[in-house]
Design a protein around this ligand. Structure first.
Ligand code: PLP
Length: 400
């Protein structure tokens, strides 16, 4: 992989080369994605689906071509099961709200893991509060492994849906989602997978997984911000009411009544972010050229190398040490506040994330205020790891 494909990596921070290890928050964009955005706004910009003129038709064709590309990328059975959203957060809110409206009632139950990002916890809390339903949480061990024995005991005839992430953005755990889905299906309960931290690192086949919903964001997989995907099985989408009302999602509107458009448009009210969707298409092309499996393998090599070197640092404590992990390293050093570690690293040119990473219940579970998190992407190198660990070694004396 040519680092030169990512122009931002040439940036200097405080006169030092940028070492970007905040990829779980958002990845940088290759030139091919940036070029698609420029060319869209230079020569193709038009509102889609409802124009007869040349630009509208051409933009619509390109937009729908990306839908087919996403469909094949995650191996959905049909392109009508691919709904464009603004990102994972909107995708999960869409499902929680619409599925909840149709299928969750008073006294019903929803199962959510205790290691979810707030985006896959708060929408369920909101719908449960609205409907008088209850949430049951799947606990996890000190290492960050979900307790499947307890999970199995959470089901009742009132369970309506299970929501769990494929990869934890804080602990890095790769959850056994195939098994989690199988168990839920044995109770006739559908499963939503939050794939925000997996699609860029693990090949995803929604039919092989047999998940009912799979949600992800473009910006964490080399695409622009402002676009995401909600995959849903047709059998659910057909029965779910629209999430938002407006243009595009209607078939017919009279002063008295509205009938809704067919899938997937029923869930795509208003003007979508067309340029960003085209950018998502370019990002998928980039990932397919690199090979998603190769990307994941490369990142894990860096992860393992980094962990091995970090172990020698006095006071190092890793948060999240599951046997199945993605390339996310959360850690604390002695009693140092994560924010101080992050700020000092920044001054040495190293970008990491600090805080609760939108997973406050995980922090409560460990009794910590937050962590420092380093996360890897395709363009990171062993030199980046060396620069990061050397920077850690430099700052440790300052912390005590
Ligand atoms: N779920 C997980 C596991 C995440 O890591 C994130 C973002 O960090 C989200 C959901 C929310 O993604 P977005 O902010 O792109 O909607």
């Amino acid at each position: 992989m040519q680092q030169s494909q990512f122009p931002i990596l040439r940036t200097k921070v405080y006169d030092r080369p940028l070492i970007y290890l905040d990829n779980a928050a958002t990845t940088q964009k290759p030139q091919s994605v940036i070029d698609v955005l420029t060319s869209y706004y230079t020569s193709l910009n038009s509102n889609i689906h409802r124009g007869t003129h040349y630009l509208a038709t051409a933009a619509t064709e390109r937009f729908e071509e990306v839908r087919r590309k996403v469909c094949s990328f995650i191996n959905a059975a049909d392109r009508t099961e691919v709904v464009f959203t603004r990102g994972t957060t909107e995708s999960i809110n869409l499902v929680a709200s619409s599925f909840g409206e149709r299928f969750i009632g008073e006294g019903d139950e929803v199962i959510v893991s205790a290691m979810e990002h707030h985006s896959d916890m708060v929408p369920w809390q909101m719908v449960c509060e609205r409907k008088g339903a209850k949430i049951k949480y799947i606990p996890f061990s000190d290492e960050g492994v979900l307790d499947l024995d307890i999970y199995k005991t959470l089901f009742s005839e009132k369970t309506r849906i299970v929501a769990v992430n494929h990869v934890s953005n804080t602990l890095g755990t790769v959850n056994p989602v195939a098994e989690i889905i199988k168990i839920a299906h044995s109770h006739d309960v559908p499963v939503l997978i939050d794939g925000a931290q997996s699609v860029a690192h693990i090949p995803v086949d929604v039919q092989a997984l047999d998940c009912d919903f799979y949600c992800f964001s473009g910006h964490k997989m080399y695409a622009p911000m402002g676009v995401g995907v909600m995959y849903g099985k047709r059998r659910w989408l057909d029965e779910m009411p629209p999430y938002q009302g407006g243009g595009e999602m209607i078939k017919d509107v009279t002063l008295e009544k509205t009938t809704y458009n067919e899938l997937p448009f029923k869930f795509e009210a208003g003007t979508p972010s067309v340029g960003d969707v085209l950018g998502l298409g370019a990002a998928i092309d980039f990932m397919l050229t690199e090979g998603v499996e190769n990307i994941g393998r490369h990142e894990m090599e860096l992860h393992d190398y980094a962990v091995e070197r970090m172990r020698n640092i006095e006071g190092m404590r890793f948060i999240g040490t599951a046997p199945q992990k993605a390339a996310v390293i959360s850690f604390l050093i002695g009693n140092a506040h994560p924010y101080d570690v992050g700020t000092l690293l920044d001054k040495l040119g190293v970008a990491v994330r600090t805080g609760h990473h939108c997973t406050q219940p995980i922090m409560d579970r460990y009794g910590i205020p937050g962590t420092v998190r380093a996360s890897f992407a395709v363009y990171n190198t062993r030199d980046d790891v060396d620069a990061f660990v050397n920077a850690l070694n430099r700052i440790v004396p300052m912390l005590s």
